[in-house]
Write a new protein. Structure first.
Length: 123
């Protein structure tokens, strides 16, 4: 991880960080650049680079969607844009629960797709 020069996103001061995944991660992206809100520590923007100087995808959360739940902050409205394909996906979080136990079977490939059908863990 490399700290870049601080900047602004959506008129808010942000920390800028660059992450270059190690080859062992077999990531589809060569690097990611995060803009993290200085007040809440929530990423307001993440740029995903395959190669070159232009990002392939961009995840953005407007500061108006920042909500505090207990001691934690989160963005409740996020948009992922594929800048090459000119498409987007929007995610809206309407309810959140922290520190919930999750059945470990959800974290394997078969269990991931069946996760909704697994009984809740009491680990």
């Amino acid at each position: 991880m490399e700290k870049l020069d601080d900047t602004q996103t959506a008129e808010r001061p942000v920390y800028a960080l660059q992450v270059i995944p190690p080859p062992s991660d077999e990531s589809a992206y060569k690097r990611l650049v995060f803009h993290i809100d200085k007040t809440t520590c929530v990423p307001l923007e993440i740029a995903f680079y395959e190669a070159g100087e232009m990002p392939r995808k961009q995840l953005a959360a407007g500061p108006e969607s920042l909500r505090q739940v207990g001691e934690r902050w989160l963005a409740t409205h996020l948009t992922m844009r594929d800048l090459s394909e000119d498409t987007h996906t929007t995610l809206e979080i309407t309810e959140v629960q922290f520190d919930q136990r999750i059945n470990s079977a959800v974290f394997n490939q078969r269990g991931f797709y069946l996760g909704a059908y697994l009984p809740k863990s009491r680990d």
